[in-house]
Design a protein around this ligand. Structure first.
Ligand code: X5A
Ligand code: ZN
Length: 634
């Protein structure tokens, strides 16, 4: 499997700039590129990436999407004086030409295609291209919204042609609707286009009817265009995560793309003057992490908008750091989406229900009940923010936003150790292990006996149990010491191991431990104090164990298509897990599991978005291998 993260940057793309005064266009400045790159350098992320040079996109490549006429007009601006440039620019909605614009736009196209080549050839696993001018608004025959050539659309056509791809997913998390991309692929079922955007019932630019949720695609492309309009400003982390859980991800997993391209605008982040949204930089780490689970990890991230330089830079860093496989930072704060977001989510799901079977499996009406008081206020006062929100919205107070970002980011980007996986097998570190077996032996014997009694006493010899508990505790110990981020232990008695792991980690100071138990759980630890939350996924109902406090039992049997898996994981397990905000996740796989190996593997990968990626897997023998793959391979 390919490894490495490409980074494409060419300072020449910073020469395109506005030469006259224009209050609409003056936010699209060269510093967007240079300061993002400086930020990447300051976090030592540049040196960890594979540098890939940009190139000029060829005329032929540009013509994959644009008309010859559009190309010729753009080409002709190279030798124009300021007055002429201004006059051509006025032909378009929100665009400016500079003598270097044509060259920069060709570099932006070429940089994007270089990234596609690096990923498709296996030279790297994923990557990001920092480009200007952006692309997603530009159309076959028109520049629009700071965009001249549609970098991402050209990349998708190029990938179809050069690599014969039949399914490409484009995720547009820019705060504006990439109507250019929508127009280009509207009738094309081989490109699934998802965009969320500030809409405010068509009040917000570009104020198009076709940006609404009911534009689902045309002809053969019906069902392959997904618009999620935000009808309020102030959307935050919880709204974005809900959009992924309940709209994009179920459709994306069903679509099963061969390549994912992100139209990566960060004007959807906090502090941006265009977006007026509240999502913090680390949400982009989560969005990136989710998309890395598709298309075998083949992910190309292409810069679009983003106009608050500090917010933009931090968000770019979060994205690249996640592409590199670093632990995903914890998201804190309110986890329920606001009512307006829930409304939009339900509308787009309803519009797409005829086309996607996995949308039919989950009812999202429960989301409405999750919306909390603070969010009701947010809905009611989206223009006059509540006191709490004033602190984190920009409105006309950039100082506050900057201070917020500073405090907020400080603890996230520096201290996290890189992901290392502990594997303590029978061959490994005997010394370390025996020490822990000793520790287990010294643990309250009656406690263990009472846990074991009736279940395993006559099934497995005590020594074997002690050994497996020892290796599990050795992993917990390494996680506590921050030597590793995650680990996997085989156990003849997963339920016992999980119970001991939970008790032990709470005792060692983890405030909230999430346990996802797959299979029959013969032992239910005491969860009364709320320091642990257990989600048990089992095939048959377990009498008497269904609904104790902080222990949720999900009965499901996987059908041949695995439908229930995605609706349960995306519709329920992840939202609950994200609301709980654990500091450690334990996943245990016991007997009679209702989940296949690939399902468990994906579940483990998705759960690594929680608890700063700290995760312990305890597995009853046969499935060890593939889960190890998803732990190590990030
Ligand atoms: C790429 C991008 C925004 C254009 C806004 C025009 N364009 N009002 O974010
Ligand atoms: Zn934008």
């Amino acid at each position: 499997m390919a490894s490495g993260t490409a980074l494409i940057y060419d300072e020449k793309m910073a020469t395109h700039k506005l030469l006259w005064s224009d209050p609409i266009c003056d936010i699209e400045v060269p510093e967007r590129l240079s300061s993002s790159y400086e930020q990447l350098k300051s976090y030592h992320l540049v040196e960890r990436c594979v540098p890939v040079p940009a190139r000029e996109g060829s005329e032929e490549e540009i013509l994959l999407v644009h008309s010859l006429e559009h190309l010729e007009v753009a080409k002709s601006t190279q030798t124009m004086n300021e007055e002429e440039l201004k006059r051509v620019s006025e032909n378009y909605d929100a665009f400016f030409f500079h003598p270097s614009t044509y060259h920069c736009a060709r570099l932006a196209v070429g940089a994007t295609l270089q990234l596609v080549d690096a990923v498709m050839s296996g030279e790297v696993r994923n990557g990001m291209a920092l480009v200007r001018p952006p692309g997603h608004h530009s159309q076959r025959n028109a520049a629009n919204g700071f965009c001249l050539f549609n970098n991402v659309a050209i990349a998708a056509e190029y990938a179809k042609l050069k690599y014969g791809l039949q399914r490409i997913l484009i995720v547009d998390w820019d705060v504006h609707h990439g109507q250019g991309i929508q127009y280009i692929f509207e009738e094309d079922p081989s490109v699934l286009y998802f965009s969320w955007h500030r809409y405010e019932h068509q009040e917000f630019w570009p104020s198009l009817k076709e940006s609404d949720y009911d534009a689902v695609g045309l002809g053969k492309g019906k069902g392959f265009n997904i618009n999620l309009p935000w009808n309020k400003v102030g959307m935050g982390n919880s709204d974005y995560l809900a959009a992924f859980f309940h709209v994009l991800l179920p459709m994306a997993f069903e679509f099963d793309p061969e390549l994912v391209i992100v139209s990566s605008g960060y004007d959807s982040g906090i502090g941006d003057p265009e977006g007026q949204m509240n999502a913090t930089p680390e949400v982009f780490a989560h969005l990136t992490h989710f998309l890395m689970q598709l298309a075998n990890g083949k992910l190309c991230v292409i810069l679009e908008g983003g106009y608050h330089l500090k917010s933009l830079g931090e968000s770019v860093c979060m994205t690249v750091k996640t592409l590199l496989g670093d632990p995903v930072p914890q998201i804190t704060g309110e986890m329920a989406p606001c009512l307006s977001a829930v409304e939009s989510i339900q509308n787009v799901r309803a519009a797409h229900k005829p086309y996607w079977k996995w949308l039919a499996y989950e009812d999202t009406s429960f989301l409405q009940n999750l919306s909390t008081k603070s969010h009701l206020l947010k809905k009611a006062n989206s223009n006059t923010s509540t006191e709490h929100e004033t602190k984190i919205t920009n409105n006309n107070n950039t100082v506050k936003v900057e201070r917020f970002l500073e405090l907020h980011m400080k603890n996230i980007l520096f201290p996290v150790p890189p992901i290392k996986t502990a594997t303590i097998g029978s061959e490994g570190s005997e010394h370390f292990l025996s020490e822990h077996v000793q520790l287990v032996k010294e643990m309250d014997k009656t406690e263990i006996k009472s846990l074991v009694s009736g279940f395993y006493a006559d099934l497995v010899e005590e020594d074997k149990i002690l050994l497996s508990l020892g290796s599990m505790l050795a992993i917990l110990d390494k996680i506590l010491k921050k030597e590793v981020c995650n680990g996997i232990a085989a156990s003849p008695t997963a339920a016992l191991s999980a119970a001991v792991a939970l008790r032990h980690s709470v005792r060692f100071g983890f405030q909230r431990v999430l346990c996802v138990f797959v299979g029959d759980m013969q032992i239910t630890p005491n969860t009364e104090d709320g320091k642990m939350l257990i989600i048990n996924i089992c095939e048959k109902e377990q009498p008497g164990k269904t609904s104790c406090k902080h222990c949720i039992s999900l009965n499901w049997k996987e059908d041949a298509e695995g439908n229930d898996f995605f609706s349960a994981v995306l519709g329920f397990i992840l939202p609950v897990a994200y609301s709980y905000q654990p500091n450690l996740t334990v996943i245990a796989v016991g007997p009679n599991r209702s989940l296949g190996i690939s399902g468990i593997s994906l579940l483990v990968a998705l759960l690594q978005g929680l608890a700063e990626s700290r995760i312990v897997a305890v597995i009853e023998h046969p499935v060890v291998l593939s889960t190890t793959v998803s732990l190590c391979d990030l």
